[in-house]
Design a protein around this ligand. Structure first.
Ligand code: FPP
Length: 253
């Protein structure tokens, strides 16, 4: 019965099948390894980031095609400000170029270009481009692409607590008990399901302050491949591995 919905992907001699009945609703990716990819090729780090932007295109398109509802991409963390100014400037420029160059195709494909994180600290042109991209695509019906920018899981939780305190003090929220549902409505990911699958390429196996609240029951998938080399084949591999996992959410079968 289920095979009817299975999609076949052929890569070299390997045949892998995606169960279209069990596509993760929310995939989150830590796009790691740009610098090492560049180093391996004797290129400047900035070229690695440029190649990293290129890698995004096919992944968004494929997530949209197979019916992933949310795709969260970790593009700049609250800790990335520690990097040299030149690298930060390049990343900000790449962000603007990405939004300008890819906008039409993303919009035509029905992608919602959303952002999460405290973007007030980004250069003003980045903020404007992000807000405009969101305004123009917010009613689209395809995958919601969350660009995580100046994002940190701890910051997000602290922000949520502070906003909640403010709302309680000003009687906007009247409650004696704070439950998970109320708290989640103060997070950047308000209204979104938690990530089912978190992918981290580049050989590192840590969470790096990414979606700390939301990853409570996420499935993790790691690979040694550097982000610029990550393609649809690896995405399918990650999803197929995810589909083999037995998710019990702390319960029993
Ligand atoms: C990690 O690689 C990557 C980042 C800190 C930035 C990710 C950014 C992009 C893919 C491009 C910008 C995104 C958009 C949406 C325009 P790293 O530099 O830490 O690599 P390394 O660990 O090998 O040094």
């Amino acid at each position: 019965m289920f095979n009817i919905f299975k999609k076949k992907l052929v890569n070299n001699e390997e045949h892998i099948e995606l169960d279209m009945n069990n596509i993760p609703k929310h995939i989150a990716i830590i796009m790691d390894g740009n610098g090492r990819w560049a180093k391996k090729k004797n290129l400047p780090r900035t070229m690695g980031h440029k190649a990293g932007v290129e890698a995004i295109r096919s992944i968004v398109k494929e997530c949209n095609r197979i019916g992933v509802k949310y795709l969260t991409l970790y593009a700049f963390s609250t800790e990335n400000w520690k990097r040299p100014k030149e690298e930060i400037d390049t990343l900000m420029k790449l962000l603007i170029q990405y939004l300008k160059n890819e906008f039409n195709e993303l919009h035509e494909n029905g992608v919602v270009i959303n952002h999460i994180g405290d973007i007030k600290k980004l250069p003003v042109p980045c903020q404007e481009e992000l807000k405009s991209a969101y305004e123009r695509t917010k009613n689209n019906q395809g995958v919601v692409m969350n660009l995580a920018l100046n994002y940190g899981g701890r910051d997000e939780i602290m922000d949520a607590i502070n906003k909640l305190i403010k709302d309680i003090k000003s009687n906007k929220t009247s409650t004696n008990t704070i439950d998970e549902k109320l708290f989640e409505s103060y997070l950047y990911t308000k209204g979104m399901p938690d990530p089912d699958l978190i992918i981290r390429p580049s050989g590192e196996q840590r969470i790096s302050n990414f979606l700390l609240w939301q990853c409570a029951y996420s499935e993790f998938w790691y690979s040694d491949i550097y982000w610029p080399d990550f393609n649809v084949y690896h995405l399918h591999k990650a999803i197929i591995d995810y589909q083999k996992r037995d998710r019990r959410f702390g319960g029993i079968k």
